[in-house]
Design a protein around this ligand. Structure first.
Ligand code: PGA
Ligand code: ZN
Length: 427
């Protein structure tokens, strides 16, 4: 049973404040969780509450959220059985009372929800992935390494496209996939140095060079894959998250690097060309969140061949995902805990996707902490793939390192998603 819940303001990987929650059980168990924060957010995300006091952290303080947790949430959850995750999350949702979690803040709800899940796992003497996923939770995901950062994560005149990910699906297990990822990441550094391009890194640990087109990133990555001794297509492929809502303005996609603005249909043709020429396995947010109708065309053209993931457009929201299924506009959803605000709703969104043959792609945020909850979540929900940035920067590798531990602990029971990680077969 829950005895007490406390919260504190800590820093995330961008040096901005975020929420950390600690749950204490009457038997002495204590568990902790920290909440991440995005930069290219969807407009329908659950609300991340900030103090707005310009004298502290430029208005980004979370003292109000801390008070909401300690003064409103903690008294109400006292004495509840911490294993009753759904009852806890329903209580949190009820206490907040708004559709978008704006009263107490999704960052308040999620911190408590995650810390309770972890406390329940500890209390049950189970690792988190086994507690949440049961005895069948034995498959390790293919890590999608965001090795080239652009857009709002680069803070620089880099690529328009936010993320160019390396996907080592040909590896035999997770440990090997991580090694391939790191080796190719380092090869990419020397490819960039050889071309006198910047090796400064972005928010998610990837390099953020000034490129003159978006597909130049893919050429650089293919060079790096070969340089590290691997074969593009056979051993590793590419996943793309342009985060296109960020450059969709006045009804057109504004490609700064290429000095042109193109229509939705032209954008779809642009992707078709990329998919024809490169070993792309996944495209996330290819079109903007308020370009819903054009997503149908994108799905018609590419949905049969690659995984088309909705991030900003679905916001891990089961209601929006269900509508997207009816309209047949994609074949996968991104899964971000803080977009929806509780562990239970995150599981519901993932199950909804999986029951309908959709992919579910677990994701970190660009503002992260060293909390490794999503590593366990990915294995628990058997999503087959996750993205947690480059194989560099402590808050990014914290998740990958936890997956190494899980694979080790599972021993011979462990399997690796490999080429079956996606909702469409590798071409
Ligand atoms: P964000 O970016 O965490 O800044 O929203 C991640 C993504 O777009 O997938
Ligand atoms: Zn995204």
């Amino acid at each position: 049973r829950i005895e007490d819940i406390i919260a504190r303001e800590i820093l995330d990987s961008r040096g901005s404040p975020t929420v950390e929650v600690e749950v204490f059980l009457v038997d002495g168990t204590r568990a902790r969780a920290a909440v991440p924060s995005g930069a290219s957010t969807g407009s329908k995300e659950a609300v991340e509450l900030r103090d707005g006091d310009a004298h502290r952290y430029g208005g980004k303080g979370v003292e109000k959220v801390i008070r909401n947790i300690e003064e409103i949430i903690a008294p109400d959850l006292q004495d509840l059985d911490v294993r009753e995750q759904k009852a806890i999350d329903d209580t949190l949702i009820g206490l907040d009372g708004t559709e978008n979690k704006s009263r107490l803040g999704a960052n308040a709800l999620l911190g408590v929800s995650m810390a309770c899940a972890r406390a329940a796992a500890d209390y049950s003497d189970l690792p988190l992935y086994a507690y949440l996923g049961g005895p069948g939770a034995t498959r390790l995901p293919v890590p999608c390494f965001n090795v080239l950062n652009g857009g709002v994560h680069a803070h620089w005149q880099g690529a328009d496209f936010q993320e160019c990910m390396l996907v080592p699906y040909g590896a035999g297990n997770f440990r090997e996939a991580l090694r391939w990822g790191a080796e190719i990441y380092h090869a990419l550094q020397s490819v960039l140095l050889g071309k006198h391009l910047s090796v400064g890194i972005g928010d998610e640990g990837g390099f953020a060079p000034m490129v003159s087109s978006n597909h130049e990133s893919y050429d650089l990555l293919l060079d790096a894959i070969r340089k590290a001794g691997f074969e593009p297509g056979r051993d590793a492929g590419i996943a793309i998250d342009p985060a296109s809502s960020e450059f969709f303005k006045d009804g057109t996609y504004q490609l700064r690097t290429e000095k042109r603005a193109i229509s939705s249909a032209e954008m779809v043709a642009y992707y078709e060309e990329i998919v024809r020429n490169y070993p792309v396995v996944l495209l996330e947010d290819g079109l903007a969140e308020n370009d819903w109708e054009s997503w149908k065309l994108l799905n018609e053209r590419l949905g049969g061949v690659i995984e088309l993931v909705g991030d900003d457009i679905f916001c891990t929201n089961p209601k929006i995902i269900a509508r997207a299924m009816e309209d047949n506009i994609a074949n996968a959803t991104l899964i971000k805990l803080n977009q929806i605000g509780t562990v239970t709703e995150t599981i519901t969104a993932t199950r909804l996707a999986q029951y309908h043959g959709w992919g579910a792609f677990v994701s970190h945020r660009s503002g992260e902490t060293t909390d490794d909850f999503i590593a366990d979540l990915t294995v628990a929900l058997d999503t087959g793939h996750l993205k947690s940035g480059a194989p560099a920067r402590g808050e990014r590798v914290a998740k990958y390192n936890q997956l190494l531990r899980i694979e080790e602990e599972l021993g011979t029971a462990a399997s690796f998603a490999g080429k079956h990680a996606f909702c469409r077969p590798i071409r």
